[in-house]
Design a protein. Structure first.
Length: 100
């Protein structure tokens, strides 16, 4: 029988496993499994070697952080409003500093 990775590990070759470091709620995103079943070796929302990338339709803020479904993000209109508020505050701050 072929070698099988345990939970928390990912088969990077037929007989080589590497430990996964990305975790969600203190649980590894790598489910373990066989090299030929790499597509099923990651939790939902994760793909690629060591389950290091977000699946299509998923995103995250920083590498190593949890991926979340794009539907969970704030609405686009809210994002635009928050961006405008942020830019306006930075411009105001710049004007105040320039007056000194």
């Amino acid at each position: 029988t072929p070698p099988k990775a345990l939970e928390g590990w990912y088969m990077v070759a037929y007989d080589v496993a590497q430990q996964c470091y990305t975790q969600v709620d203190d649980k590894s995103v790598c489910k373990g499994g066989f090299f030929v079943q790499a597509a099923e070796s990651c939790m939902e929302g994760y793909v690629g070697p060591l389950c290091g990338a977000c699946s299509p339709g998923w995103t995250r803020d920083l590498p190593g952080h949890a991926c979340m479904a794009c539907e969970e993000l704030p609405a686009l209109s809210l994002q635009v409003i928050l961006l405008n508020v942020d830019l306006s505050l930075k411009a105001l701050f710049g004007l105040v500093l320039a007056q000194r």
